[in-house]
Structures are given as structure tokens and as C-alpha cells.
Design a protein around this ligand. Structure first.
Ligand code: BTN
Length: 249
């Protein structure tokens, strides 16, 4: 069984924990090396968006993985990470979450955490940096996102304990990533993820991918993490894009 050994480096301020960890990975850093910063001055989100990262308002975290699983299962790394975050928020803060494909964590239908996984080439081989941003307080996001974003403090009604959440996150990531590496682990990750996601099956959604918009009903997850969308009488496999819940009437 692959056990993920983690080691955490802490910084007051960084442009982006993902960027700094990619630099260390290219210098030969080992799997499990993790970075936490109190603030990010150029935090990055999915689809080239900025990730607002004011001091002390969020958990800004990245971990380096050097996966040995087949490459077509690599999208499941973010599924394992989302499961790790879901466990950590439940265990350390009593906050229950729903996972929105591909890897946003929602609480009460508002986003509480985003995950950005980036594949990189290093002299020691292809690696993945998994960046995780958890909103600890509502100062983590701009006021105009109040309707679509939330925080651990708001959802739990208590001050968010960053250190307990970080400790639980490291345990959760270790547990789910180890499972992904086991024989038959990919199927177990997809099953566990699907159990924790109201988006996996029977959800009326629209998907925006660049200029394209698709609307349909979700019909499960492929073994490589693609979302199956029932649309115009056939299944479309969705591999990228932003997903929105749509009222079914
Ligand atoms: C998303 O768009 O939902 C993903 C957001 C990921 C943000 C985290 S914060 C820590 C890490 N460093 C970054 O620059 N981004 C990720």
C-alpha cells in the first residue's frame, strides 16, 4: 500500500503556493511536500481565473504528488482530493459538503473550497501539484460573491481553526490518495465521490465550456472521471467546463 508521507513548509506570503511548489518539484522535491501560505498575492483558480487570497481569510495549500497510476486515472486525483477536503471539513469543523463536478466543494449550495490540479514535467518525471483553497472566513472572497460563496466560519457558526483543518486535510488526502493507488482503488474513489455528490446522478445541469453550453441530466461518472450527461437522447461525456445547477420544474 502506498502511504503518502507529508511534510509542510509554511510561508507568510507567496504569489501562489502552486507556483512555489512547482518550482521545488522541478528541483527534485519528494511526493508529499506541501506548502501553506497565510496569503497569496497572485492566487490562481481553474480556467485561468484569479483566486482571491487575503491574509488569514483562507487556507491556501498545495501538495506535490508523483503518481504511479495509469495516466488515464490522473483526473481521479482531484476526486481523491475533494474527498479528503470533505472529510476534513466534516471532522475538524462539523461542516458537511456536497461535491460539484469536477471538484468544487459546496455548503448550502455555495462554494466553500476550490481545487486546482496542475500537471508538470520535472526531471524526476511527470508530477501533479494539487492546490486547495478553503474559505475560512467571508473575507476570503469579494462581497459580490456572497450569494455563491461561503466559508467555514459562516457554515459552522464558529471561528475556523486553520491548524485543525490543515491536520485533518493531510490525513484525509493521505487516506484517499492511498486508496487511489491500491488495486481497484480507482473504482472505489469514483463510487465514494458519487455518494458524496448530488451532481453525480439525476441532476439537471448546464455546462459551459468556452463558447459551448450543454444542458441535460447527469447519469454518473466514467472510470476516468468524465461526467456522463444525458442530452438530446444520448450520453455526452463532459471532460471540462463549469457546471451549473438548473431548476427542473
Ligand atoms: C478553483 O478555481 O476553484 C480552484 C481554486 C484553487 C485555489 C488554490 S489556493 C492554493 C493554491 N494556490 C493557487 O494559486 N491556487 C490554489
Amino acid at each position: 500500500m502506498t502511504l503518502l508521507k507529508t511534510k509542510v513548509l509554511r510561508f507568510e506570503s507567496l504569489p501562489s503556493t502552486n507556483t512555489e511548489l512547482a518550482r521545488l518539484a522541478s528541483e527534485g522535491a519528494e511526493e508529499g511536500l506541501s506548502i501553506v501560505a497565510d496569503e497569496q498575492t497572485a492566487g490562481r483558480g481553474r480556467l485561468q481565473r484569479a483566486w482571491s487570497s487575503p491574509k488569514g481569510a483562507g487556507l491556501y495549500f498545495s501538495i506535490l504528488l508523483r503518481p504511479r497510476i495509469p495516466q488515464d486515472h490522473w483526473p481521479l486525483i482531484t476526486f481523491a482530493a475533494a474527498l479528503g477536503v470533505a472529510d476534513a471539513l466534516s471532522e475538524a469543523a462539523g461542516v458537511e459538503t456536497d461535491i460539484k463536478w469536477p471538484n468544487d466543494l459546496l455548503s448550502g449550495e455555495r462554494k466553500i473550497c476550490g481545487i486546482l490540479a496542475e500537471g508538470i514535467e520535472t526531471p524526476a518525471g511527470r508530477a501533479v501539484i494539487v492546490g486547495i483553497g478553503i474559505n475560512l472566513t467571508n473575507d476570503a472572497f469579494p462581497a459580490d460573491l456572497t450569494g455563491v460563496a461561503t466559508s467555514v466560519a459562516e457554515e459552522s457558526g464558529n471561528a475556523a481553526e486553520r491548524e485543525s483543518i490543515l491536520a485533518a486535510l493531510l490525513r484525509g488526502l493521505s487516506r484517499w490518495y492511498s486508496l487511489l493507488n491500491e488495486h481497484g482503488g480507482a473504482g472505489k474513489i469514483v463510487a465514494a465521490w458519487s455518494n458524496r455528490s448530488s451532481y453525480a446522478n439525476g441532476k439537471h445541469i448546464s455546462v459551459k465550456n468556452g463558447e459551448e453550453v450543454w444542458q441535460g441530466i447527469t447519469r454518473g461518472i466514467e472510470s476516468d472521471g468524465a461526467l456522463r450527461l444525458w442530452m438530446n437522447g444520448e450520453i455526452k461525456l463532459v471532460r471540462a467546463g463549469d457546471v451549473y445547477s438548473v431548476r427542473s420544474n
